[in-house]
Design a binder for this molecule. Structure first.
Ligand code: G3P
Length: 213
């Protein structure tokens, strides 16, 4: 499973740039950084070899396509994040015909993901955490999308997004989701286990009893 970092923080990206497979951003994450958007995206693309998602803010087809074409010029690994909806699906059709990679975001149902794939989206991002927040079952939606994509052999790759905790990552991997994007805190926690720390502590303390020479 590919692991993407869901952040626009250069500091967080630098810490894991050698290990992660890509980065996803959104307008909220970019706003936190207080830097010009294009400049920030360019810098992230220099740090990371894999795909870097940058989101359009226009709501009409022509506006989305114009912003997407402009963002796509920043670097070869830029992926254009397009919000789901009729305008978004139409924009994705145009961009996919031009060979511009897209990530359809704010997906909350399997039929939205079906439209994204039919339009030729490169990636689709169901938001599992936000579905769970409303007492839904985010992972069930992921399972349904994966099944639908397999049924029709769509090439669109699913990114499990809006991940809140390690359990989401485990469930995504058990379902065979190709990609999961997660906040810095969750990426860090994927390495950790209290028994690993205790084990290291114990080994090092026992090692002190080994005669040196
Ligand atoms: O990748 C989608 C993500 O940025 C949304 O996460 O935590 O705002 O629901 P969240």
């Amino acid at each position: 499973m590919n692991i993407f970092l869901d952040t626009a923080s250069l500091e967080e990206i630098r810490e894991f740039a050698d290990l992660i497979d890509g980065v996803t951003t959104n307008p909220t994450l970019v706003a936190r950084e207080g830097r010009p958007f294009r400049e920030l995206v360019a810098e992230i693309c220099r740090l990371v070899r894999g795909p870097v998602s940058a989101e359009v803010t226009a709501l009409d087809v022509e506006g989305m396509v114009a912003q997407a074409r402009d963002l796509a010029k920043i670097a070869d690994n830029v992926v254009i994040k397009i919000p789901m909806g009729r305008a978004g699906v139409r924009a994705v059709r145009k961009l996919s015909a031009e060979g511009i990679a897209t990530n359809v975001t704010l997906v909350f149902s399997p039929v939205q993901a079906l439209w994204a794939a039919k339009a030729g989206a490169t990636y689709v991002s169901p938001f599992v955490g936000r579905i769970d927040d409303r007492a839904g079952d985010g992972m069930e939606i992921v399972a349904q999308i994966l099944r639908i994509y397999e049924n029709y052999r769509y090439d669109t790759q699913l990114i499990v997004a809006s991940i809140r905790h390690v359990r989401h990552v485990v469930e995504a991997a058990l379902l065979g989701a190709p990609i999961a994007t997660m906040p810095y805190k969750v990426v860090r926690e994927l390495f950790d286990h209290p028994l690993t720390d205790l084990g290291i502590e114990r080994f090092l303390s026992d090692w002190k009893g080994v005669p040196q020479g």
